[in-house]
Design a protein around this ligand. Structure first.
Ligand SMILES: Cc1cc2nc3c(=O)[nH]c(=O)nc-3n(C[C@H](O)[C@H](O)[C@H](O)COP(=O)(O)O)c2cc1C
Length: 322
């Protein structure tokens, strides 16, 4: 039993579930576990650091028995990181946040499927014009960086705008109900980030995963403070990151100019906290779907649970009809 959509057909998946390429979280082990369970696992290329990325690509290549992919932050990742990623022959390359035109042809020239994550209807049209094979419509409920539109109205609008190009929904989906709803909106699958952050194979710090399990959506906040303190990530407008509220947010959110003036001390302290798993200071990027996360579970189990629950709901659909 499985679910069949344009996404599952494209990659031979059991379920139309993609794990998001989350910086420092989605390593090769997580991506391979998702792919081997019948979803599509993506390794995070993030800002393009080859020292982090290369061993993760080695790992996914060694462990994945089914197609996998890699994601890059378009405005930040240099051409060398794309070349490195393509060298490992991913089935899909995922570009998010910025104009995919600069890398689209390189990706397609090697026969790799181009997946573009967008936050607006117009950017979806531009991604398709640039060559996107699959578009991900990301709502602002998402963990990490996102735009301003909400998933529920954005997804069908993007579906209409780019038909017949397949669309995936992202932002706020963590269980089979969300996946089934995404399919009803016309999406061909869903991209899940926060839910897989709290997977056993994620590279997220144990403390961070503990916070995810304990948190609720009201604990999340959209703020620039973590981008400011991390200093070398000058995120362009309109992207804002959603993370769990913590002591660092309490101290600096709303006082961004003062934080900017205190970076000599705050930036090294931030990286130390990140390395030590001090989540009172370090960011735990998380979306509104944290309400639905109550345990750290193996990724394969999550794929089966979420896929199986969506399948059961879809089979029960006719019961709703009079
Ligand atoms: C911890 C974390 C890190 C993320 N890092 C990235 C990233 O490096 N590149 C990217 O394209 N998206 C990143 N995202 C956003 C995801 O691609 C995706 O849109 C989002 O997680 C979907 O919403 P959800 O968290 O509600 O499932 C990140 C999300 C999280 C939670």
């Amino acid at each position: 039993m499985a679910i069949r959509t344009a996404l599952t057909e494209a990659f031979g998946l059991e379920y139309p579930i993609v794990s998001a390429p989350m910086g420092w979280v989605s390593g090769g082990r997580l991506a391979a576990a998702v792919s081997n369970a019948g979803g599509l696992g993506l390794v995070a290329g993030a800002y393009g650091d080859p020292v982090w990325l290369q061993p993760q690509l080695e790992l996914v290549q060694a462990e994945a028995k089914r197609p996998w992919g890699v994601g890059l932050i378009t405005w930040a990742a240099p051409p060398a990181s794309l070349e490195l990623a393509l060298h490992y022959r991913p089935a899909a390359d995922f570009l998010s946040f910025g104009d995919p035109g600069k890398y689209a042809q390189l990706i397609k020239a090697v026969g790799c499927t181009l997946i573009c994550q967008v936050q607006e209807v117009e950017s979806a049209r531009q991604a398709v014009a640039a060559g996107a094979d699959i578009v991900v419509a990301q709502g602002s409920e998402a963990g990490g960086h996102a735009g301003v539109r909400a998933t529920l109205p954005l997804v069908p609008a993007v579906v209409d705008a780019v038909a017949p190009v397949p669309v995936l929904a992202a932002g706020g989906i963590a269980d089979g109900r969300g996946l089934a709803a995404a399919l009803m909106l016309g999406a061909q699958g869903a991209l899940l980030g926060t839910r897989f952050y709290a997977a056993a194979e994620s590279l997220g710090h144990e403390q961070a995963r503990g916070r995810l399990v304990a948190a609720s959506a009201g604990d999340t906040v959209r703020s620039h403070v973590f981008d400011i303190v991390r200093d070398f990530y000058p995120w362009p407008e309109p992207y804002v990151a959603r993370a769990l509220h913590n002591r660092f947010v309490d101290r600096w959110h709303g006082r961004e100019p003062e934080l900017q003036g205190a970076l000599t001390e705050e930036t090294p302290a931030y990286w130390r906290a990140r390395d030590e798993g001090d989540v009172d200071v370090a960011a735990v990027f998380a979306g509104e779907c944290v309400d639905l996360i109550r345990a750290v579970e193996p990724a394969a189990e999550l794929v089966r649970q979420i896929g199986g629950e969506a399948e059961a709901l879809l089979r029960g659909g006719p019961e709703l009809l009079a």
